[in-house]
Design a protein around this ligand. Structure first.
Ligand SMILES: [Zn+2]
Length: 230
């Protein structure tokens, strides 16, 4: 089972020459030298060029295909099977790495690039996604507006713009005009925690993956002992 948003080895990013956009001698962003209307979305955001050769070659887990990620994110499709993500009165279902679980108010207003999930794909997503294998949470969000992109940010320079780094950039940040987008972001709002165990099928026999997950959970537990009672 290979998630819908996973890139395949025949889907190598296409090279594109980056140039500065100027108006009356003042640079205000970047463009592709041979840019066409297909390179920007309806918001005028420049998107990375990646061919669509879905399921050709080998899957590259951890490498996300920008066009399929964008489609799944826009339409709220499951990142694994591309069917509509699970939704109930508490909102759409999302799987999050638990890195920031102790931060105050998290995941309220958390920006994320991973599209949502359907119930039946929860087990496979937590097994295949490297970020989720280390620990994850289920969240339902009643609202999750599209808020920006993740991509390569460039800075003004002569003779050509210079690469600054890979960042998450919100639409209201002027840096968005200096970004080649790779993934679409949504921000989670009005969140409710979900008990994911209810979506896992009952286990029979010894599944090595389950044993490994239990092992990791045990280690995590050891490193985070419960606070002593007064
Ligand atoms: Zn699914």
């Amino acid at each position: 089972m290979v998630p819908y948003v996973t890139s395949w080895s025949d889907e190598k990013k296409l090279p594109a020459e980056i140039i500065m956009r100027t108006s009356m001698g003042i640079s205000f962003g970047i463009a592709f030298a041979d840019e066409t209307a297909a390179d920007r979305d309806r918001d005028g955001i420049l998107w990375t060029r990646k061919p669509d050769h879905h399921r050709q070659g080998r899957p590259e887990f951890g490498n996300i295909h920008s066009r399929r990620q964008r489609r799944a994110m826009r339409l709220l499709l499951c990142q694994v099977c591309a069917q509509p993500a699970d939704s109930d009165e508490d909102g759409v279902l999302w799987l999050l790495p638990d890195y920031y679980a102790e931060a105050q108010d998290w995941p309220e207003n958390y920006d994320l690039a991973e599209p949502p999930i359907c119930r039946s794909c929860v087990p496979v997503a937590t097994r295949l996604c490297p970020a989720l294998r280390r620990g994850h949470l289920g969240i339902r969000a009643r609202s999750a507006p599209v808020c920006g992109v993740r991509g390569l940010v460039y800075g003004p320079s002569r003779p050509a713009p210079v690469l600054v780094g890979d960042y998450e950039v919100r639409y209201d940040n002027p840096t968005i005009r200096w970004t080649v987008a790779d993934q679409l972001l949504r921000t989670l709002q009005d969140c409710t925690a979900v008990d994911l165990d209810q979506y896992r099928p009952a286990q029979h026999g010894h599944d090595p993956q389950t044993s490994e997950d239990q092992h990791i959970a045990a280690i995590r537990h050891r490193h985070h002992p419960p606070s002593p009672r007064p």
